[in-house]
Design a protein around this ligand. Structure first.
Ligand code: H79
Length: 444
């Protein structure tokens, strides 16, 4: 009998232990998640020595440039036209509430004054800490700062490249040493979370360098990344700091938001997004202004202002943030096409931001005509494509009793009819907007 209770006690304690390992976010972290979700719109910045060849951020891998040759790019990095204040105010004027900055991409170059590798910004002719300048300016202008940090590295010998999917052509020999590489990442993350003030989040990428491709049945990593150790360190240094990992899988314990790449949550046009959108965590989706993340001199495949506003609205309607990317040029300027587009988006957001910021999505499933966002007792029906075959839109599944419907742009009343199955909104005589006709519905 005694033995039985002993076994029970052991079982009980091991059960407790398992639970001790599950992640309980701190109150500051939960508050930060809410703020993040309310912010809805951010600027992604892909900038580094990879910008110099003008062939986007994968150039080292795609052209199989040996590490020694690639590192020569450091000698040419001297962005004399870089002005952090201009970039941050450009983001603010576009209606963005946060910036996600590349601190170290897959090429392994560090954009800050790191003690742990000489392959960093201080060893370029420029010799000034980029992360520091942007962090200071973000804090000054009241915009949140997220830091992108690549798990994958194409330059270091301790990264386990031999089991990786990429970076095989950069001339490394032998075998990686993950314990050593992990310590390096922890040291760098400690710097980033110690010397740059409040960091809103860390954005990890390329876990999937060590897995079978997206869509494969078994996506188990070929190395133990020991993410729990990395995550615990981050949350210890800055408990509010949100962790996201672009691994294209169901979020792991310790993560605070879920991201999608080049897809709205629930879509998989990119072939990267087989993961289901989380119902609990804040969501984010990132997309490029042309077809490239890093500066690409030949890429003129610009998305229109309308397409990008639709992306923002469609993201909000699916309860997700939109992280829109720019790849600045090596001289520190952002190309005029991007600046102009951001300015136009900013004008729209200034007028209509109330229907985006701090709203919730997924009120109903996305419709052919558009999506709904909601705040308290107000719903916003965003009509992105006016039906050509009928003079109304139908909002299915809406149970809340509608008190009145108005056009958001001028406050004029709009006719509607509510039946048990949903609500008809009549558009005859209504001047629809080519980008987004927003109908405000007040519920009882
Ligand atoms: O930082 C950006 C990308 O560099 C990184 N994540 C975003 C946010 C990323 N890593 N892998 N991928 C994206 C997907 C890989 C796409 C590829 Fe390709 C298609 C690799 C090779 C073909 C894109 C196009 C990159 C090089 C050519």
């Amino acid at each position: 009998m005694k033995k039985f209770f002993f076994t029970l006690a052991i079982l009980f304690f091991s059960f407790q232990n398992i639970h001790a390992q599950t992640y309980t976010p701190t109150p500051e972290n939960l508050k930060a998640r809410e703020r993040f979700s309310d912010d809805r719109f951010g600027l992604f910045i892909h900038w580094g020595i990879f910008s110099i060849p003008g062939d986007a951020e994968w150039v080292m891998n795609n052209r199989n440039i040996p590490v020694k040759n690639y590192k020569r790019l450091m000698d040419f990095f001297n962005p004399l036209d870089f002005n952090a204040a201009n970039w941050v105010s450009m983001a603010k004027n576009a209606g963005m509430k946060y910036i996600t900055l590349i601190t170290r991409h897959h090429d392994g170059f560090s954009m800050w004054d790191t003690k742990y590798s000489d392959y960093n910004i201080m060893h370029t002719p420029y010799k000034k800490d980029i992360v520091k300048q942007i962090a200071d300016e973000c804090h000054k202008q009241g915009i949140q700062l997220f830091l992108y940090y690549s798990l994958l590295d194409w330059s270091r010998n301790d990264y386990p490249f031999e089991t990786g999917r990429t970076g095989q052509g950069t001339g490394r020999k032998g075998k990686g040493d993950y314990a050593h590489y992990l310590q390096f990442m922890k040291n760098q993350l400690t710097e980033l979370l110690t010397n740059y003030g409040t960091i809103a989040g860390i954005w990890f990428d390329r876990y999937w360098d060590q897995t079978a491709p997206e869509g494969a049945e078994d996506r188990a990593p070929r190395i133990d990344w020991k993410l729990d150790e990395i995550y615990a360190l981050i949350h210890k240094l800055q408990p509010q700091c949100l962790i996201g990992n672009n691994h294209h899988l169901t979020p792991f314990p310790g993560e605070d938001f879920q991201m999608f790449e080049k897809d709205l949550p629930g879509q998989n046009n990119s072939g990267l997004s087989f993961q289901k959108p989380s119902q609990q965590l804040p969501l984010e989706t990132c997309e490029t202004m042309n077809n490239s993340w890093g500066f690409n001199i030949a890429d003129t495949n610009y998305k229109s202002v309308k397409q990008l506003i639709h992306y923002l609205v469609n993201a909000a309607g699916r309860n997700a943030n939109f992280l829109l990317n720019v790849g600045p040029m090596p001289n520190g300027k952002i190309q005029p096409e991007f600046i102009d587009t951001l300015q136009e988006i900013g004008k729209w957001v200034k007028k209509n931001g109330e229907t985006i910021y701090a709203t919730k999505g997924n009120i109903i499933a996305p419709q052919a005509w558009g999506v709904i966002t909601a705040k308290n007792k107000t719903l916003y029906a965003h009509i992105l494509a006016r039906p050509s075959d009928k003079p109304y839109i139908f909002i299915p599944e809406l149970k809340e009793k509608i008190k009145n419907a108005t056009l958001f742009s001028d406050g004029n009343k709009i006719k509607f009819k509510q039946i048990p199955e949903g609500v008809f909104i009549y558009l005859d005589g209504i001047k629809t907007d080519d980008i987004d006709t927003i109908v405000q519905l007040n519920i009882e």
